[in-house]
Write a protein that binds this ligand. Structure first.
Ligand SMILES: Cc1cc2nc3c(=O)[nH]c(=O)nc-3n(C[C@H](O)[C@H](O)[C@H](O)COP(=O)(O)O)c2cc1C
Length: 189
C-alpha cells in the first residue's frame, strides 16, 4: 500500500503541512509506505489544452508533473492538503490538478492506459482556511468531489479546518486527530 501526500501550500511547516504530516503518520502506522510532494518546490506549468495527451496519455509539457503523474499512478491513495487562497485552492494545487488532464481521453473518459490503476485509487483532502467558518473551503471540496465522481475515484472523508497563523494548527488536537485518522483509515480500508 502506497500513500502519496501532496502539499498545496507554499508555506512549508505551515498548517496544511502539519496536517498532511499527521495524515501520513496515520498511514504509516497503518502499514503504508508514504511519500510527500511539496508542489511549490516543483516546476509545474498550467495545462495548455494542446490535446496531445488525449491520444498518448502523456502530457506534452516536460516539467516535474510527468514524474508526479507517475507517482499518482503508482499510489493507492493520494492525500491532498491545501489552504484557501481567495476562496479557492492555491495556484500550485490548481496547476497540479489541471494537469490531471493527461489521465483522460478526448471524450473526458479516464484514458484506457490508466483505467485499471485509476479506478481503484482513493483520494484524501484536507483544507485549511483563515476564516473561522470552515465552509469557506467548500469550493475546494466541490472541485475535488466532482473530479473524483467524474473519474470514478473514491473520495475519502474530507477534513476541513480553520487556522490562520503559521503553525497555529499544531495546538488543535482535534484537527490533528482528524487528519491522522484520515491517513490511518486510508491505509487500512
Ligand atoms: C494569498 C492568500 C489568500 C488567502 N485567502 C483566504 C481566503 O479567501 N479565505 C480564508 O479563509 N483564508 C485565506 N487565507 C488564509 C490562509 O488560508 C490561512 O492562513 C491558512 O492557515 C494557510 O495555510 P498554510 O499555513 O498551510 O499555508 C489566505 C492567505 C493567503 C496568503
Amino acid at each position: 500500500m502506497k500513500v502519496l501526500g501532496i502539499l498545496g501550500s507554499p508555506r512549508v511547516g505551515g498548517n496544511s503541512d502539519i496536517l498532511l504530516e499527521q495524515a501520513l503518520a496515520g498511514a504509516k502506522d497503518g502499514g503504508a509506505e508514504v511519500e510527500k510532494i511539496i508542489l511549490s518546490q516543483k516546476k509545474i506549468s498550467g495545462c495548455l489544452d494542446c490535446g496531445k495527451c488525449n491520444d498518448t496519455g502523456v502530457c506534452a509539457i516536460k516539467d516535474d508533473m510527468l514524474e508526479i503523474n507517475q507517482k499518482i499512478l503508482e499510489a493507492d491513495v493520494v492525500i491532498h492538503s491545501v489552504p484557501v487562497y481567495f476562496w479557492a485552492m492555491t495556484s500550485q494545487m490548481k496547476a497540479y490538478l489541471d494537469r490531471w488532464c493527461a489521465f483522460f481521453d478526448a471524450e473526458w473518459r479516464v484514458h484506457k492506459a490508466y483505467l485499471p490503476r485509476m479506478k481503484v485509487k482513493k483520494i484524501g483532502l484536507i483544507t485549511v482556511c483563515g476564516d473561522p467558518n470552515v465552509s469557506t473551503s467548500d469550493p475546494i471540496v466541490h472541485s475535488f468531489k466532482n473530479t473524483c465522481q467524474f473519474s470514478g475515484l473514491k473520495l475519502l472523508d474530507v477534513v476541513q479546518v480553520s487556522a490562520a497563523a503559521k503553525g497555529e494548527i499544531a495546538n488543535n488536537e482535534v484537527a490533528k486527530k482528524k487528519a491522522y485518522d484520515l491517513g490511518r483509515k486510508s491505509a487500512t480500508k
